[in-house]
Design a protein around this ligand. Structure first.
Ligand SMILES: C[S@@+](CC[C@H](N)C(=O)[O-])C[C@H]1O[C@@H](n2cnc3c(N)ncnc32)[C@H](O)[C@@H]1O
Length: 227
């Protein structure tokens, strides 16, 4: 049958049906997306975290990661990244000899992304990405901790780290320094600046046993005066 013989009126209902089918498909896709994201937030507790504890995912820049590694240069042993995002700090730390290198991250998609990153870097199964709430993790055997979170969390974090970390631990913090603590070293400028804190020294300073040592003052001013 020649298509020209078809009555245009006969075509209209089927094209309408096609459009309706497409529309239904979109509705299903959107509804499924909403259901998955709702299930995810319920299951993995992002919503259950109080608002003040919620931290958005913002990856460290390459320079920021490099600065963190510079401050950890002479150290070794266990390293933990609190809120490890896509795993870039943990993978780099493993590359530089930290064992074990562990990331704690609430978001399961980011944990998957971290495992892909580890696989591409050839260290899948050698580094560990745990889908866990960092506030529930016991840090008592961590000698190196990296932190890139938000300023609102600083007081809570200070309390957790001081209560749990061993005396020889070093905490390296990106972007938002712990203002009540005296850093042992600072490096980088602007948004890529990072601070290292020696837990033993911070505890002693808090107990009023020592003031600032000349080395700390020199390093502090050389780092902070640059901005
Ligand atoms: C600013 S991003 C930093 C990511 C990574 N550390 C980096 O520097 O590239 C903070 C990360 O912490 C995660 N996070 C926030 N609260 C958390 C919690 N309670 N437990 C575990 N991860 C958390 C977020 O999902 C986000 O990926």
């Amino acid at each position: 049958m020649d298509p020209d013989d078809l009555d245009p009126g006969e075509l209209a209902p089927s094209s309408l049906q096609g459009r309706r089918k497409n529309w239904n498909l979109w509705q299903v896709v959107v509804a499924a997306g909403l259901a998955v994201s709702l299930a995810w937030t319920r299951q993995f507790g992002i919503r259950r975290l109080p608002f003040r504890l919620q931290v958005p995912y913002v990856p460290s820049s390459a320079k920021q990661v490099e600065n963190m590694m510079v401050l950890l240069e002479k150290r070794s042993g266990k390293l933990v990244d609190l809120g490890s995002g896509d795993g870039r700090i943990v993978v780099e730390a493993y590359r530089r000899g930290f064992r074990p290198a562990i990331g704690y991250e609430l978001n399961p998609w980011l944990v998957s992304l971290s495992n892909i990153r580890a696989w591409r870097a050839g260290c899948y199964g050698k580094v560990c990405f745990c889908q866990e709430d960092l506030w529930k993790v016991d840090l008592s055997d961590c000698s190196n901790v990296t932190v890139f979170l938000t300023p609102g969390l600083v007081p809570l974090l200070e309390r957790k780290l001081l209560a749990e970390l061993p005396e020889d631990a070093c905490v390296v913090v990106a972007r938002f320094p712990f203002l009540k603590w005296t850093p042992s070293e600072v490096t980088g400028n602007g948004l890529e600046r990072v601070w290292a804190y020696n837990i033993g020294a911070v505890r002693q300073a808090q107990q009023g046993k020592i003031g600032r040592s000349p080395v700390q003052v020199t390093k502090l001013s050389s780092g902070l005066d640059k901005s």
